[in-house]
Unconditional design. Structure first.
Ligand code: ATP
Length: 310
């Protein structure tokens, strides 16, 4: 999307698919004065996605219904990020919100895949379209950044470098498609809990800031094969996630024993990403990981894919 969005006809309902994000490189610096950690990350959007549907409602208000993965555990009121997003669009447009939002979740909750941020990005786009709000890219990005560090990337999708607290994006022209097996677990890790553990481990001299994203960016831009990518994956939160949930180590080792090129904690975990050579390898690897047990669910995904406002 570029410039202003100005849909022609009024909409009865709008549905958008919003991808999960992974961080093939996640460098975590020290906490800043505002409490956020400085990040040097490379995001990639993958084909695992939530669907956000917005429909007009007769009465004023924002009504949220949720189906799918972890639906019962999520707030449907103001604590839901999609609710906050709808409110922001209405505020921007100077209207009273009257919308029914339905979130069909496939992205595991609190799994390090930015499911909540994806729903927020989806709600921004769906509400702007539903209400015919002319909103430029820069303004949409500003609203997104106010909702959370990962929300701007969830709008755009593709591949991008993220700096600041992750919200300052530089697009990367990735040439190719990479295939992953996404293994969810029975546990959850809240992102603040994981940052706290990173800080605690650093006080003990464990871990450092991997600030240099150039090698992996060059690999994506040159269409490197999966073997090369496997050697370049970085996650400064991995030790913290495994320290909080030691059972992740056996899931990771199991996947490697089954032939994964790499095992990578997704964001702050506890979802584990296994890199495959190609789609055929990914299908076989997913089957073997499922049979081995230890994961709650096992999905196939590829990236990069576009976001709802790409
Ligand atoms: P990230 O990788 O962005 O740190 P995450 O993928 O680990 O996040 P989310 O699935 O985004 O985690 O959920 C984090 C918390 O956000 C949940 O525990 C939940 O209570 C809250 N939340 C609010 N709205 C949503 C939503 N629409 N979907 C999922 N979680 C939501």
């Amino acid at each position: 999307m570029s410039g202003q969005t100005a849909p022609a006809a009024p909409h009865a309902g709008v549905s958008v698919d919003v991808p999960a994000k992974i961080n093939p490189h996640l460098g975590v610096g020290d906490p800043r004065a505002d409490g956020y950690h400085a990040l040097s990350t490379v995001y990639q959007a993958i084909s695992l996605h939530d669907t956000v549907t917005a429909e007009k409602r007769e009465e004023p208000g924002i009504e949220i219904t949720i189906s799918g993965e972890g639906a019962g555990d999520l707030p449907t009121g103001e604590a839901n990020l999609a609710h906050k997003a709808a409110k922001l669009v209405a505020l921007y447009a100077g209207i009273e919100p009257a919308v029914k939002l339905h979130l069909n979740k496939r992205i595991p909750v609190a799994g390090g895949l930015a499911g909540g941020s994806a729903d927020a990005a989806g709600a921004l786009v769906a509400c702007a379209r539903l209400w015919d709000v002319a909103i430029g890219d820069a303004e949409l990005h500003r609203l997104a950044a106010g909702l959370g560090s990962d929300v701007p990337f969830c709008l755009k999708g593709g591949t991008a470098i993220g700096t600041g607290r992750g919200e300052e994006l530089t697009p990367v022209r990735a040439k190719g498609t990479w295939h992953w097996v996404v293994a969810t677990t029975d546990t959850r890790i809240s992102t603040p809990e994981c940052y706290k553990e990173v800080d605690r481990l650093r006080e003990d001299g464990i871990g450092r800031f991997s600030s240099d994203v150039d090698p992996i960016v060059r690999a994506f831009e040159s269409g490197a094969d999966a073997d090369t990518l496997a050697r370049l994956l970085v996650n400064d939160m991995e030790a913290a996630a495994v320290s909080l949930r030691p059972q992740l180590a056996s899931l990771m080792h199991g996947g490697l024993e089954e032939g994964a090129l790499a095992a990578h904690v997704s964001g702050s975990g506890p979802t584990i990403l296994f890199l495959a050579t190609d789609v055929k390898h990914a299908v076989a690897l997913a089957r073997r990981i499922r049979m081995r047990g230890g994961a709650r669910s096992v999905h196939l995904a590829h990236g990069p894919v576009d976001g709802p406002a790409a």
